[in-house]
Design a protein around this ligand. Structure first.
Ligand code: APR
Ligand code: PHB
Length: 393
């Protein structure tokens, strides 16, 4: 049977980042991805990178296009009561900023680097199964175009997202799952139109939350809060633009350039954490272990920090014969994960209309936004979480 040091399940950002880091360290890894490369690149996901994620891309030698095409943002606007106020991330965090660069582009850069260095990704891997990861010789098996394959490995990295097979393979009772579901979703539209503003606008409005984001200077990404269970088919482009405009300050609504949607989809909002993130020789990383609502733009950044801890642990194992990093993997990740879960929950709670929140909840929300907009201390707490807390070693 063929052997590899690390079998990575899933070729999204987590799997690709890990694959690149292991390749750099001379650790042999194969990625098994159930979809095609084109399908993976067709998914539209978030697009705000913390400095730590940009640094990781640089360390991996794949930061060139990101620096050439990514947009550095030193702040964003909070919309409230028909006006906007800027949160100056750069000033409040003593010089930190974020980079707006679509996850699709980051994925493409990593895929290109992976093919350039000849590392193997098996696309269209069906029925991936994980075996014996609680013992000393794990295996993975899969089928491709009807043919069965099997691979022996030292470790399995479960990077297969929220609906993947890795977390589901852990025996029931060995994982504890913490979750909260929010009573709304985000309807997102991508359009080939210039963004309404040069920075993002997060808007709290009585009709519901709205977000103005972008992919480039000519491509916009907009979202509006919609009821849980809503479907994109119920929203014509015109209905979307009308509703978005209603939720913005008059000046932004006026300036908004609209056009046909290139993509329109609805994402549910939830917070989920599975603990621990290691089970024997299986590690969970990224969305396979945790989901945050997109309000804080933390999903991809958490995937990147998991990968940093995991690659460090594996490098220590192979190069220094130390398992200290492996033993600390789950605790280190979860510390950071819970900070991001808390922040994403807080920002979500602050910005959305809760159908069951009641008048008292509504008043509290308004008081808190008012406080945020006039207190340097409150704005600083928002800013330092948004740009990303430092990675604790
Ligand atoms: N076998 C093999 N591959 C699988 C399986 C399976 N059974 N199930 C899922 N996958 C693949 C998916 O097709 C996908 O390409 O695993 C990949 C997981 O990728 P993502 O869902 O993007 O998750 P991850 O790589 O952890 O990326 C971090 O955080 O908030 C988000 O937007 C952010 O998607 C980003 C994510
Ligand atoms: C996006 O551009 O898709 C985006 C930006 C910021 C968020 C969420 C999504 O908080």
């Amino acid at each position: 049977m063929k052997r590899v040091q690390v079998a990575i399940i899933g070729g999204g950002p987590s799997g690709l980042l890990l694959g690149q880091r292991l390749h750099q360290a001379g650790i042999d890894a194969v990625i098994l991805e159930q979809r095609s490369a084109a399908y993976v690149l067709g998914r539209i996901r978030a697009g705000v990178l913390e400095q730590g994620t940009v640094d990781l891309m640089d360390q991996l030698g794949v930061g060139q296009r990101l620096h050439a095409q990514g947009l550095v943002h030193g702040g964003f606007d909070l919309g409230f009561r028909n006006t906007r106020q800027r949160i100056d991330l750069h000033r409040l965090t003593h010089g930190r900023q974020v980079m707006v660069y679509g996850q699709t582009e980051l994925t493409r850069d990593l895929m290109d680097a992976r093919s350039a260095c000849g590392a193997v990704t098996v696309y269209d891997a069906d029925e991936v199964q994980l075996h014996d990861f609680d013992g000393t010789s794990p295996r993975v098996s899969w089928r491709r175009h009807g043919v069965a394959h099997e691979l022996q490995c030292d470790f399995i990295a479960g990077c297969d997202g929220f609906h993947g097979v890795s977390r589901a393979s852990v025996p029931p009772g060995a994982l504890k799952v913490f979750e909260r579901h929010y009573p709304f979703g985000w309807l997102g539209v991508l359009s080939e139109t210039p963004p309404v503003s040069h920075e993002l606008i997060y808007s709290n409005h009585e009709r519901g939350f709205a977000l103005c984001s972008m992919r480039s200077l000519t491509r916009s990404r907009y979202y509006i809060q919609c009821p849980a269970g809503d479907t994109p088919a119920r929203w014509s482009d015109q209905a979307f633009w009308d509703e978005l405009r209603r939720r913005l300050d008059p000046e932004s609504a006026e300036r908004m350039v609209t056009g046909p949607s290139i993509e329109k989809s609805i994402a549910p909002l939830r917070s989920v954490v599975a603990e621990p993130m290691r089970f024997g020789r299986l590690f969970l990383a990224g969305d396979a272990a945790h989901i945050v609502p997109p309000t804080g733009a933390k999903g991809l950044n958490l995937a990147a920090s998991d990968v940093q801890f995991l690659s460090q642990a594996l490098v220590e194992h192979y190069q220094q014969r130390s398992d200290a990093g492996i033993d600390r993997y789950s605790g280190r990740c979860l510390h950071r994960v819970w900070n991001a879960v808390r922040f994403s929950w807080w920002f979500t709670s602050l910005m959305h209309r809760f159908p069951d929140g009641g008048e008292f909840g509504q008043k509290l929300q308004e008081a808190e936004i008012g406080y945020l907009l006039q207190s340097e201390a409150a704005a600083t707490a928002l800013a330092e979480n948004y740009v990303g807390l430092p990675l604790e070693r």
